[in-house]
Design a binder for this molecule. Structure first.
Ligand code: AMP
Length: 116
């Protein structure tokens, strides 16, 4: 999918509203519109990358910054110590529905393993 019709690129451009909770030079986070836990944020890179399979070696710093964002959000939301999950789905078989990579940051309740 091109950046022109990418939902998360539109959020980055301010064309679609979202509750932003974190911003850096490389990453932005906002609350998930359909939360699966009391805390459910999505961390996305400013650069459009469709899936994990499309991550280039030059993107490694960007991917690292997504986890720095997750750490920051967990601390801000008060779930760092009790535990949280930071997970990225890749392609439809794993549940990816928006093809701009995003780290789900979930917490505030018991999270079982393995996921469904
Ligand atoms: P995934 O299924 O892993 O691709 O995750 C996509 C996530 O984006 C889902 O958890 C959706 O609830 C969430 N989502 C879809 N549209 C929006 C939106 N406009 N604002 C915030 N979150 C959204």
């Amino acid at each position: 999918m091109s950046t022109d019709n990418c939902l998360f690129c539109k959020i980055l451009e301010g064309e679609i509203p979202a509750e932003l909770i974190y911003e850096s030079d490389t990453a932005v986070a906002f609350r998930d519109i359909n939360p699966q836990a009391p805390i459910h944020a999505l961390v996305i890179p400013r650069k459009h990358i469709s899936t994990i399979n499309d991550i280039d070696v030059d993107d490694e710093a960007i991917i690292g910054s997504l986890y720095s964002a997750a750490r920051h959000i967990a601390a801000e939301e008060g779930i760092a110590d009790e535990g949280y999950r930071a997970v990225m789905n890749c392609n439809e078989g794993a549940g990816q529905s928006v093809f701009h990579i995003h780290l789900h940051v979930l917490g505030g309740r018991r999270l079982d393993w393995p996921p469904g």
